[in-house]
Design a protein around this ligand. Structure first.
Ligand code: SF4
Length: 113
């Protein structure tokens, strides 16, 4: 199956410390030339950064996803911050009364716009 830049980005994003380009093409199951094209697209779009790295004396690159700042409007319901930030509960999001209350607030604040 053909791999897209989005497939490569998902792999890179799943490695917080970055992934070696020399490993990425193996993970994706594509050849190194195809991998280079996928990486170039992600670099051109500003979605990843590439840092030179030497492994066993051979030059390769570490690829890291560029972190995008969070849009504050996505974590606020009116003035109320989403409760998941700094939450130390064992998360069961589908049953969480804090999250449900916040979503109720969100619905109200959206309706008031
Ligand atoms: S959904 Fe509820 S339990 Fe899960 S992180 Fe958010 S506030 Fe905490």
């Amino acid at each position: 199956m053909s791999k897209s830049p989005e497939d490569a980005l998902k792999v890179i994003q799943s490695h917080a410390e970055g992934v070696l380009q020399s490993d990425l093409w193996k993970i994706l199951g594509v050849d190194s030339r195809k991998c280079s094209r996928l990486v170039k697209k992600l670099l051109d779009d500003g979605l990843v950064e590439r840092i030179e790295f030497r492994k066993d004396g051979i030059k390769t690159f570490v690829l890291k996803a560029v972190r995008c700042p969070v849009d504050p409007s996505l974590i606020l319901a009116g003035d109320e911050l989403i409760p998941c930030i700094a939450c130390d509960l064992e998360c069961k999001a589908e049953e969480c009364p804090r999250l449900l209350d916040w979503m109720y607030q969100l619905a109200i604040s959206e309706a008031e716009k």
